[in-house]
Design a protein around this ligand. Structure first.
Ligand SMILES: [Zn+2]
Length: 453
């Protein structure tokens, strides 16, 4: 059935936003739809020109980057080479030197303040500008268009609180989202066996075309529906998982319960839409909007395709508060492979999640948190869990027991952890709830100390 509101948003609200507010998302989307089919060389040249312009702007007009003025000749000749001469920018540095990162002639009243939810460590505060935000939105709509989801289509968001809004603001925000963007919300905090029937009735009534949310929240929604044997009475076009690593077990369960494709969006509040999954299953970078580099975890030198390392992002549109080589805190690898879908946008593979998802064993090996997830899946005694590496030799294991709990399974889980981590201390804590982070995400694993120690 046609969604009237979707049509109104596409044909009236969006064009009106363009006229009244100078919103350029639709225009940017058209250009991104074209450049995705550029030849590799054309795409490379587009990036090169944008990077050159940005770096020249930075060394001339952004105080933090003025010491790199000596790079001007190199920037003109080989902007990619010049880029690697710039230092890595950490989240702590952004917080500490925020004023120095702002363009000297920026109209501060037009900057858009933003911050990360701080699901680990301290939140980062920064500014973006309209082009950055709108190009990022356009990249999201381009990715969704690959799945036949378009601007204005009704969306169910499974989310934490949108921002740190008070109640009244929250209400207005919800109304605005509802009517201007055709979005309805479910809070990740309110998903439980009691609320799920009410929510599934609401979904069947409202018939959103797609769901959008954190992987862990969507997975929880699917698990609750499976447990209560609830099926939706209509077919979803897709379910978009974002902001967290989407694990295979989550994808399988969500696909099984909703019988529709799960679409992986790789985005971060402090980097925008980085990559989008295409129907061939590859994650395509938003190459027109940003340069993505992968660096060795220890040496911080660029690694080759296929090699896993730290994700570093340079947004090519943000002239107001540029962040060159911003260390996102994620771990991933680039791929040389072409995609059958015909888009020349580079492919990113193995997004392994956050840097602090990686544990370090007693003998110094890196162990990815997904390992503990995969292990836990073998034990039906565990309904939900969280593994926290407190120090090199201390692990806290939080477990929510399932209905058919058996103590011996937990012991064999611990034995398996010992095998890979060495003879560390493992403290088991049984609990009824594993709290999501302030932003509504559920972390399955995290390391709480720096890896260099
Ligand atoms: Zn593709």
């Amino acid at each position: 059935m046609m969604d009237l509101n979707a049509a109104v948003i596409r044909r009236i609200v969006f064009p009106l936003m363009h006229i009244v507010k100078g919103n350029n998302i639709a225009e940017y989307l058209v250009s991104l739809q074209q450049s995705q089919y550029f030849s590799k060389e054309e795409l490379h040249n587009l990036q090169k020109e944008k990077l050159k312009k940005l770096l020249l702007h930075c060394v001339k007009y952004v105080p933090a980057y003025e010491p790199y003025k000596y790079l001007i000749p190199l920037i003109n000749e080989d902007p990619f080479g010049a880029l690697s001469e710039f230092p890595i920018l950490t989240k702590q540095q952004v917080n500490k030197h925020m004023n120095d990162l702002i363009y000297i002639n920026a109209d501060r009243s037009r900057l858009i303040p933003n911050r990360t939810g701080g699901s680990t460590g301290e939140p980062v505060r920064f500014f973006i500008d309209r082009p950055t935000s709108e190009y990022s939105e356009a990249a999201r709509w381009r990715g969704l268009s690959w799945w036949d989801i378009n601007i204005g289509d009704k969306c169910l968001m499974v989310w934490g609180n949108p921002l740190e809004l008070n109640k009244r603001e929250n209400l207005i925000y919800n109304m605005k989202e509802r009517f201007l963007k055709n979005i309805i919300f479910i809070s990740a905090f309110s998903l439980n066996p009691q609320s799920i029937e009410k929510y599934s009735k609401m979904i069947n009534l409202q018939k959103p075309r797609y769901f959008y949310g954190y992987a862990s929240a969507l997975y929880l929604l699917a698990q609750l529906m499976m447990k209560k044997n609830i099926k939706l009475k209509y077919k979803l076009t897709g379910i978009v998982s974002t902001s967290e690593t989407l694990y295979d077990f989550q994808r399988e369960t969500i696909e099984k319960v909703f019988d529709c494709p799960v679409i992986n969006e790789y985005g971060a509040r402090d980097a925008g839409i980085i990559a989008y999954e295409c129907p061939c299953g590859k994650m395509h970078l938003s190459a027109e909007n940003m340069i993505v580099e992968i660096l060795d975890i220890e040496t911080k030198k660029r690694v080759g395709s296929g090699q896993t390392g730290l994700v570093v992002v340079t947004d090519l549109n943000n002239y107001s508060m540029p962040r060159i080589r911003y260390l996102l805190g994620d771990v991933a690898a680039l791929s040389e492979e072409d995609c059958n879908c015909g888009r020349s946008l580079p492919v990113i593979e193995k997004i392994e999640g956050r840097e602090d998802d990686i544990f370090i064993s007693l003998n110094g090996n890196y162990v990815h948190g997904v390992y503990f997830c995969n292990l836990a899946r073998n034990y039906s005694s565990i309904r939900q869990f969280q593994v926290i590496q407190k120090t090199r030799s201390d692990i806290l294991l939080k477990i929510i027991k399932s209905d058919n709990f058996n103590e011996s399974e937990i012991q064999s889980y611990i034995n398996e952890i010992h095998k890979i981590m060495g003879p560390v201390n493992i403290k088991v804590e049984y609990t009824d709830i594993i709290e999501p982070t302030a932003s509504g995400k559920i972390r399955y694993s995290k390391r709480e100390f720096p890896i260099s120690v």
